[in-house]
Write a protein that binds this ligand. Structure first.
Ligand code: SAM
Length: 221
């Protein structure tokens, strides 16, 4: 997989974390591409492929996981809705092995390019997976999910994915920008036997600082 420069105007940004740095290639005109790539889903709803932006939630989750230290060394991680791949790349930098997934092949092209340019592609795999049609036959001790619960129709497939893929003592880490509807998703998770703890993580992106909600989710004992 290779990002074709003629397909997108590209820009580059350096994400500075507390301990590390990640160089990312991004799309220069994400608004224009979001509109161009928008389409109807199979239920007639407008589907916008939000991977064309880097979201502050991914910076917040990256900052959270860089504090996890040795726990991530050699851990097998599934990332869902990876977009440009920032959080998974930070996990790889900490010694984890990450399966980056996204419904969008183009997002995966960027994630792979970004993993390459940060020297972590030997710890990374890239799999096109829609969370409505999961495709693995194994469980993961960690699942990363940055800004994937913004629309309610996503909640049921994502909770099903957790039931299927989270190892018995595994941890799923969600991040989101404190949207008012997020509690509905975590209520749903609680109803089906998960527990969660919320914290916040500061994220600076494009000169603005945000407080990102971080949710650490496990199966109830
Ligand atoms: C708001 S973006 C977040 C991207 C990235 N995680 C971040 O925080 O910058 C949502 C991501 O979920 C992906 N996505 C949307 N619907 C999906 C689905 N049904 N299955 C898998 N991925 C999906 C999009 O392509 C996009 O990369």
């Amino acid at each position: 997989m290779k990002v074709e420069l003629q397909d997108y105007p590209l820009t580059s940004t350096l994400i500075k974390l507390e301990t590390g740095r990640v160089q990312l290639t991004l799309i220069e005109e994400p608004d224009w591409f979001l509109e161009r790539l928008g389409r109807e889903d199979n239920q007639g709803r407008l589907y916008l492929p939000y991977w064309t932006y880097l979201w502050e939630s991914s910076v917040g989750l990256a900052r959270h996981i860089e504090k996890m230290g040795e726990r991530l060394k050699d851990a097998h991680i599934l990332e869902i809705g990876c977009g440009f791949g920032l959080t998974g790349i930070v996990a790889c930098q900490m010694g984890a092995r990450v399966v980056f997934t996204d419904a969008e092949q183009e997002a995966l092209r960027f994630a792979q390019h970004n993993a390459d340019q940060n020297g972590v592609s030997q710890r990374a795999n890239f799999v096109q997976m829609d969370w409505n049609t999961p495709c693995f036959n194994r469980k993961f001790p960690y699942i990363l999910a940055s800004d994937v619960i913004y629309e309610e129709p996503h909640w049921t497939p994502i909770t099903a994915l957790l039931q299927e893929y989270l190892a018995p003592k595994g941890v799923a880490l969600f991040s989101e920008p404190n949207r008012s509807n997020a509690t509905g998703f975590f209520d749903l998770l609680t109803d089906i036997g998960f527990i969660y703890r919320k914290s916040t993580s500061p994220a600076t992106l494009d000169g603005h600082t945000f407080q990102v909600g971080i949710y650490s989710v496990r199966r109830a004992a």
